[in-house]
Ligand binder design. Structure first.
Ligand code: HXC
Length: 290
C-alpha cells in the first residue's frame, strides 16, 4: 500500500506500544522505516514485544518504563528520548477502561481511567509539544480515541468523557500549535478485538455483540488501523490537522439513524405493504384537498 520508506528517518513514540493495537501500530511504523520508542508500565512486556518487533521488521525500537499518570515521570522520559534526537511524531494509544454501571464507580475508579486517558495523554502531548516549540521543530500527534466522543456511551462514562477531552485537545491544539508546524489528529476505531479490551469490556459471553450492529458486517483488521495511522504520520498527509476520523465499518452511524434497526430485517412483501399503507394515506389526503 505504501512506499517501503514512507516513514524513513522519522522517530515516533507510541504510548502503550507493547501490547494490543499500540503494538500493531508501532510495528507497522517500523516496517515503514521509522525508529520507534514504546512506553508502558511493565518492563518485561515491553522488552518481549520489542525483541519480537525487531525480529519481525529488522527495525529499531527502544523501550521506556513509565506510568503516564505521573507528569514528572513523563517529562523525564520524553527528555531522555530527546537526548538522542528529537521525536517527529507521537501516537497517544495508552488507555484504561472497564465496563461498569456508573452509579457503582468510586471516585478512585473514575480517576483510574481519567488519570490514564485524559491526564496521561495531555502530559505526553505537552511534554513533546513544548520541546517542538522550544526547538522550532514541526511535530505530529495522532491520538487513538473512540466514536463515543460523538455519541457518549453508557457503562463506560469515564472513558467516554476522557476520550472526548482528547478530541477537544486535538482540535484546540491544531489551531494553537498549527503556526508552529505541529499538527494533531485522532482516529476513532470501532471493534478491533484485543485481549486487554476484551477482558475489560466484554468479560462475559452475555456481552458479545452481533455483526448486525456493524454495516460492514465484520470487525476491523489491525492492518487497516495501522495503515491509517501510517498515512496520518507521513508527510504526505501534512495538510490534515484537527480531524477525528472514524474507522469502524460505519458502526457509529448505524446507531444514529432512526431506521438503522430495520436494515436486513424487511423483505419485499414488507416493503410492498409499507408502500400500500403510505399510498392509502396519501390518496385519502388528496381526496380531501379536492
Ligand atoms: C468498578 C472498578 C473496576 C470495575 C477497578 N475498579 N475495576 N470499579 N468496576 N470493573 C476500581 C477499583 O475498585 C478501585 O477503586 C479503582 O477502580 C482503581 O482500581 P485499581 O485496580 O487500583 O486501578 P489501576 O491498577 O490503576 O488500574 C487501572 C485500570 C486497569 C484502568 C483499572 O484496568 C488498567 O490498568 N487497564 C489498562 C489496560 C486497559 O484497560 N486496556 C483496555 C483499554 S480499552 P476503589 O475505590 O475500590 O479503591 C479502551 C477502549 C476504548 O480504552 C474504546 C474501545 C472501542
Amino acid at each position: 500500500m505504501f512506499r517501503e520508506d514512507l516513514l524513513q528517518g522519522k522517530r515516533i513514540l507510541v504510548t502503550g506500544g507493547g501490547t494490543g493495537l499500540g503494538r500493531s501500530i508501532a510495528e507497522r511504523m517500523m516496517e515503514l522505516g521509522a525508529e520507534v520508542a514504546i512506553c508502558g508500565r511493565r518492563g518485561s512486556v515491553l522488552e518481549e514485544a520489542a525483541a519480537e518487533m525487531r525480529e519481525a521488521t529488522g527495525g529499531t525500537v527502544t523501550t521506556h518504563v513509565v506510568d503516564i499518570r505521573v507528569a514528572e515521570a513523563v517529562d523525564e522520559m520524553v527528555g531522555e528520548i530527546w537526548q538522542s534526537g528529537p521525536l517527529h511524531g507521537l501516537i497517544n494509544n495508552a488507555a484504561g477502561n472497564f465496563l461498569s454501571r456508573t452509579e457503582d464507580l468510586s471516585p478512585r475508579a473514575f480517576d483510574a481511567i481519567a488519570n490514564i486517558v485524559l491526564h496521561g495523554t495531555f502530559y505526553v502531548t505537552n511534554a513533546c509539544g513544548k520541546r517542538w516549540i522550544a526547538d522550532g521543530l514541526p511535530g505530529n500527534v495522532l491520538s487513538i480515541i473512540v466514536t463515543w466522543v460523538w455519541t457518549g456511551s453508557p457503562y463506560v462514562v469515564p472513558s467516554a468523557m476522557s476520550k472526548a477531552g482528547i478530541a477537544a485537545m486535538t482540535k484546540s491544539l491544531a489551531v494553537e500549535w498549527g503556526p508552529n508546524g505541529i499538527r494533531l489528529n485522532a482516529v476513532a476505531p470501532g471493534t478491533f478485538p484485543t485481549e486487554g479490551a476484551g477482558a475489560r469490556l466484554r468479560p462475559s459471553p452475555k456481552l458479545q455483540r452481533s455483526m448486525d450492529d456493524i454495516p460492514m458486517r465484520r470487525n476491523g483488521e489491525r492492518h487497516e488501523l495501522s495503515n491509517l495511522a501510517a498515512y496520518l504520520m507521513a508527510d504526505e498527509s501534512a495538510y490534515i490537522t484537527g480531524e477525528v476520523m472514524a474507522i469502524d465499518g460505519g458502526r457509529w452511524l448505524q446507531g444514529t439513524g432512526g431506521y438503522s434497526h430495520l436494515v436486513g430485517k424487511l423483505d419485499d412483501d414488507d416493503w410492498a405493504d409499507i408502500r400500500d399503507r403510505i399510498r392509502t394515506v396519501n390518496e385519502k389526503d388528496k381526496a380531501l384537498r379536492g
